[in-house]
Design a protein around this ligand. Structure first.
Ligand SMILES: C[S@@+](CC[C@H](N)C(=O)[O-])C[C@H]1O[C@@H](n2cnc3c(N)ncnc32)[C@H](O)[C@@H]1O
Length: 301
């Protein structure tokens, strides 16, 4: 069920603190960096970040009230490179078409068993657009990929959404640095692994040695969903490593949180055909890249 492809032990301090599921869009660096470090440098950095945020709120107060919000940037797209190809636009339309009819109520039912949520509260798998779960299932349904890789298992919600439409002969590998059964709560169950389609792999793809061990899986994967620490270094390193290996001609790479501050430069820097799908995915930004759609400058229109 859990495969460790590397001897690397994940130090306890790198393990994330686990927020309640409905607050999972808090700054990702906080999620991935673990419990508070006692050192002075860490504390002053956090203090400085809080001060910066307070100053920003003072200078640019939010123009409306809402449940959750973050500062971001809107920018022109014609000068960024990576215009989508017609193929990518079609794949997106197909995925959205499927997403609108996807039923994830079986996953929601698992969340409902948690006393954390009030009975009337809409839960993540059902929120669409706004959350990415139905869109992920839509991509699987429309593409019928033989292999899906997810980076960032967390409580298993996206793995369950991907699994919901995964063909019987396909595989879903979900990576994390924390074993799924150590997450509190987790929405995964032992039985999710019993037909062999789902496997968790422990390791950090920004570590060269682990990436090299895992590369054959990435080379044969057709849908890659990246939703890990969003600390810039991880994403940049993984993208650089991915450039060095052969990949499927059909590979789509879906990124979560592309409108979050940390992810803005990562997303902007991708020079392959890509589309921002935020209106059909997660409110904090969902983007998709046609990894081998190699016609830079070819616009869909
Ligand atoms: C935002 S959560 C994933 C949420 C999940 N994909 C969903 O949509 O329900 C991020 C996860 O990335 C994991 N993570 C952090 N750093 C990682 C790394 N270097 N490699 C793999 N996973 C990492 C964290 O442990 C956490 O479980």
């Amino acid at each position: 069920m859990i495969t460790t492809l590397t001897e690397t032990q994940i130090p306890q301090k790198q393990r994330p603190t686990i927020p309640s599921p409905q607050t999972r869009t808090e700054p990702p660096e906080a999620r991935a960096s673990g419990p508070a470090e006692p050192d002075l440098a860490g504390r002053s950095q956090r203090l400085f970040s809080r001060w910066k945020e307070a100053a920003l709120h003072w200078a640019k107060p939010f123009p409306f009230a809402c449940r959750q919000y973050e500062y971001s940037v809107i920018s022109s797209v014609d000068d960024q490179g990576g215009a989508p190809t017609k193929t990518l636009v079609q794949k997106v339309l197909d995925a959205v078409q499927c997403a609108k009819d996807v039923d994830l109520s079986a996953i929601t039912a698992r969340l409902r068993k948690e006393p954390l949520f009030s009975p009337k509260e809409p839960l993540y798998p059902e929120i669409w657009p706004g959350e990415h779960y139905k869109l992920l299932a839509g991509f699987v349904e429309s593409m019928r990929p033989r292999k899906v890789v997810e980076v960032g298992t967390y409580q298993g919600l996206s793995a369950l959404a991907l699994l919901a439409r995964l063909p019987v002969a396909s595989q879903l590998l979900t990576l994390d640095i924390v074993p799924w059964d150590e997450m509190r709560p987790t929405f995964l169950q032992e039985t999710d692994f019993s037909d062999g389609r789902l496997r968790q792999v422990l390791g950090d793809l920004s570590q060269r040695e682990f990436f090299a061990q895992f590369a054959p899986e990435l080379s044969s994967c057709e849908l890659l969903f990246i939703d890990a620490p969003k600390n810039v270094v991880f994403e940049r390193t993984l993208l650089e490593f991915l450039e060095t290996i052969p990949t499927s001609p059909n590979l789509l790479v879906v990124f979560d949180d592309i409108r979050q501050w940390n992810m803005l430069s990562i997303w902007r820097g991708i020079r392959r055909p890509k589309m921002d799908l935020t209106s059909f995915g997660h409110w904090s930004g969902t983007g998709v890249v046609e990894w081998n759609g190699c016609q830079p400058g070819t616009h869909a229109a």
